[in-house]
Design a binder for this molecule. Structure first.
Ligand SMILES: O=C(O)c1cc(=O)[nH]c(=O)n1[C@@H]1O[C@H](COP(=O)(O)O)[C@@H](O)[C@H]1O
Length: 241
């Protein structure tokens, strides 16, 4: 735990649950947005779009500003490549990094092992079934199963591979809590406050229901970043959970 966070007055929460998806096209607009935020009230997620334009220096800048950063590059490659990629992420000092569970146990074990040399390794989690997918999307890629069945299969494989948790939809968290226990980290995107635009998400839940179901952290992008008043939107979500 970062002592500065604990010492800061007006601390809402020492373990902010909301991970804001910084899906911005450039570092200038992202930094302008971040300037309104307090690291005691949220963590930040940097994904493929922003990382491709802003890179490691931008991530380090957020960390210098006391934010915990989830580097969401969803690695999926041969074990050696993924192992080296998670090490590069760990050297940046990120709080959390992810891979795709469908890369299999050999890939996930190699990633876990690669972090063993770090004194404070990032949390390593694996994406199960993307929250934008439903049964028909799985059928298209040859998987004749309900999303929750495939999520459970991949989450069990992730736990057996020694990782810290998974990315799943909040619709699956109650099931995963029962099956995988209280300590497994469940990170849930596809979060939509009541009445918000669903956009391209399919398996969704409200922030309060997601936390009640057992989500550890909520990934939220557009309902905050595109709100007329993003700080008010974040505060309302934090109040609701
Ligand atoms: O790994 C992720 O963060 C992720 C996994 C998933 O299954 N679904 C999903 O939406 N995400 C990410 O979560 C964020 C959701 O953003 P909004 O839909 O704008 O709230 C995006 O940055 C996605 O890349």
């Amino acid at each position: 735990m970062n002592w500065k966070k604990i010492m800061t007055e007006n601390t809402l929460n020492n373990d902010p649950k909301v991970l804001i998806a910084l899906d911005f096209p450039d570092s200038i607009s992202a930094l302008e947005f971040v300037a309104q935020l307090n690291p005691n009230e949220c963590r930040l997620k940097v994904g493929k779009e922003l990382f491709a334009v802003a890179g490691p220096e931008f991530v380090k800048q957020l960390i210098r500003q006391q934010f915990d950063v989830f580097l969401d590059l969803k690695y999926h490659d041969i074990p050696n490549t993924v192992a080296k990629a998670v090490q590069a992420a760990a050297r940046m000092g990120v709080w959390m990094v992810n891979v795709h569970a469908s890369g299999g146990s050999k890939m996930m074990e190699a990633a876990k092992q690669a972090l063993a040399e770090f004194e404070q390794p990032p949390l390593l989690i694996a994406v199960t079934v993307l929250t934008s997918m439903q049964r028909e999307d799985l059928a298209e890629i040859g998987l004749d199963v309900e999303p929750q069945e495939h999520v459970l299969r991949l989450a069990k494989l992730t736990k057996q591979s020694g990782l810290d948790g998974v990315v799943c939809s909040a619709q699956e968290t109650a099931m995963l809590r029962t099956e995988l226990g209280p300590d497994f980290c469940l990170v849930t995107p596809g979060i939509r406050p009541a009445g918000a635009d669903v956009n391209d998400q399919k398996r969704i839940m409200t922030p309060a229901d997601a936390i009640k179901s057992g989500s550890s952290y909520l990934v939220i992008g557009r309902p905050i970043t595109q709100a007329a008043d993003p700080v008010a939107a974040l505060k309302a979500i934090n109040a609701s959970i």
